[in-house]
Ligand binder design. Structure first.
Ligand code: FES
Length: 113
């Protein structure tokens, strides 16, 4: 954990999550009670979990083979020019801000920052 705590802000929800080492973005969000979009339930098959990195691209682990396979069908850069990663594969390692429009809390409950 080079930068201390692994804290990722998810926009536009506007919530900052504290992730555990070796946890994927989706696992971290789910552990905090947040819905992260998925069809394949984290099996690296659907690409629904994709998100863009707004800040801290360097604070994600390298793409595992399953994520590299997903990029055969999905561009590595989003329409706004930001780096794309997949929530069921990408492991944050430090401070970052990501954009995932369909990630949200199913209730109004948000974890304390
Ligand atoms: S949840 Fe389906 S590819 Fe990530």
């Amino acid at each position: 954990m080079p930068g201390g705590e692994i804290r990722v802000t998810v926009e536009p929800a506007g919530v900052t999550l504290t992730c555990l080492p070796d946890e994927t973005m989706m696992q971290c969000a789910t552990r905090h009670g947040m819905h992260w979009p998925t069809i394949c339930r984290g099996a690296a098959q659907c690409s629904a979990c994709r998100f863009e990195i707004l800040e801290g691209e360097e604070n994600f682990a390298d793409e595992p083979p399953a994520e590299q396979a997903l990029f055969r069908a999905v561009a590595r850069v989003g329409a706004s020019g930001n780096r794309v990663r997949f929530g069921c594969c990408a492991q944050p390692t430090g401070r970052a801000t990501v954009l995932c429009r369909r990630a949200r809390f199913l209730t109004e409950d948000k974890p304390a920052a």
